[in-house]
Design a protein around this ligand. Sequence first.
Ligand SMILES: [Fe+2]
Length: 351
Amino acid sequence: MKRFVVGLSVCMLALGMAGCPKPSKKKQNQKTTKRTVTKSKTLVIYSGRSKKLVKPIIEMFTKDTGIKVKVKFGKTAQLALLLNEEIKQKKVSADLFWSQDAGALGLLEQAGAFAKIDDKLIKKTPSFLQNKSGLWVATSGRARVIAYAPKKVKKDDIPKSVFDLTKPKYKGKVGWAPTNASFQAFVTAMRVSAGEAKTKAWLEGMKKNGAKSYPKNTAIVKAIAAGEVVYGLPNHYYLLRFKTKDANYPVAQTFFAKRDIGNLVNIAGAGLLKGGKNAANAKTFLTYLLSKKAQEYVTQKAFEYPMIEEVKANKLLLPLKDLLNTAPTVELNKLRDLKGTLKLLTSVGLP
Ligand SMILES: [Fe+2]
């Protein structure tokens, strides 16, 4: 928890320095409010998604709609905590939260952060990645995979389940990133689906089996290429970034057996913030994120899974239908207990 408190204060400092707009103090009657909304050509977003990905989409959006966007970037978990504070103080300064994972959305949903999203928009996304209360919507899909060194691994060597990686066969051969947010969301999913005891045993087993820790997913993929480890547990898109630069990059990746928790499909998603000053523009932006144009961008440039049927997944990816048959069916809203996961990781001496 300590790291969050620190993160939050840095975040608030950054917010102050970035000079995010203060909530307007004007009291407006209904008539003027309506006129303001129609006239408003701005939008404030808190984004846990990276600038590299978000900026081009926002530029397209502004060009297409004339709505100017101010973005505060940060780590998803830190921005969620910041918003939580703002909600408590009834001073929400953003209109939309764009999250890197479902856990933070679940957490904010519980805090009453979100206004309801049009059902029609939510129904554009795959049903088991939908938020049933209609308070956030998935904007792209991100899968956990098993990456490996194809020259050292035969097809039969690839484990059927992430739980197999504690076996002697994999001793000293696996790379992971225990401090990485996506890994931690995956551990939360394991706690939800397999229970606390089994998850703890897996983490301890991995440690005992000499799993090598890396700071992030990119480093895991590089370590496989460099021969430091043979297998790794990253998100699916990291390797694809290397492969587009070098088709012979010496790493491959696949999924565990169907529905294994190691194949977790998490989402990036967004919610409309209650109390935002530019609600109509936030809705326009959310609709835009699920438009053909933005979804094409997300899958072609960022190698993520598109969330609408009209857009085919990048040819380097599985078709979305196949991905959904491979993914475990974990209710994404239940991934909100990051605090419990951090506690568990600490209890087994990780990171
Ligand atoms: Fe990532």
